[in-house]
Design a protein around this ligand. Structure first.
Ligand code: HEC
Length: 146
């Protein structure tokens, strides 16, 4: 039983650390949160996104995909990089599909890959990552069911 438990713990750890063979050897340099915030503003991410503490420019009643804040499962750095450089890879959940994807099934989020430098992307993702906060599920107190 003990052994089975440690096996499960080991498997979970491998899963969490993301031993994805495709990502082996993938490593980006550290980013700068302050510069990333500037990229976030300059690239007008707020025209489709909301983020706590940031005013949205002008007339933006349509799209409001929330970024950052308290989440039950924090997005990994890799997921955030993917969201920025390959937005159609996996569409955000919980939104009306007709609002967030084109007829061809792609994300309406623009692809910035030809206008953003790699350094800007690294800073931007470092900034985004700093804005998510894990809000753990409440633990169930089974003692009260006795
Ligand atoms: C034209 C509107 C638009 C603009 C501008 C835009 N996005 Fe998005 N973004 C979306 C939509 C729609 C989604 C949800 C669909 C998807 O996941 O691609 C999204 C999803 C995301 C996600 C994933 C969110 C999640 O919860 O899975 C991230 C991260 C993100 N955008 C970051 C950015 C950043 C950073 C910028 C600025 C460089 C930006 N977006 C600019 C429309 C936009």
């Amino acid at each position: 039983m003990k052994r089975l438990q440690s096996l499960i713990v080991l498997l979970a750890a491998v899963g969490i650390s993301g031993c994805d063979p495709d990502a082996r050897g993938f490593s980006l340099p550290p980013g700068d949160i302050v510069r990333g915030e500037q990229v976030f503003k300059d690239m007008q991410c707020l025209s489709c996104h909301t983020m706590d503490g940031y005013e949205r420019p002008g007339n933006t009643e349509d799209l409001a995909v929330a970024l950052g804040g308290k989440v039950k499962s924090v997005k990994t750095y890799g997921e955030l990089v993917t969201s920025v450089i390959n937005p159609s890879h996996k569409l955000a959940r919980g939104y009306d599909l007709s609002q967030i994807q084109t007829e061809a099934g792609e994300s309406v989020m623009p692809v910035y890959n030809d206008i953003m430098t790699v350094s800007e992307m690294v800073d931007l993702v470092t900034f985004l990552e700093s804005k998510y906060e894990l809000e753990p599920y409440e633990t169930t107190d089974y003692r009260s069911y006795r």
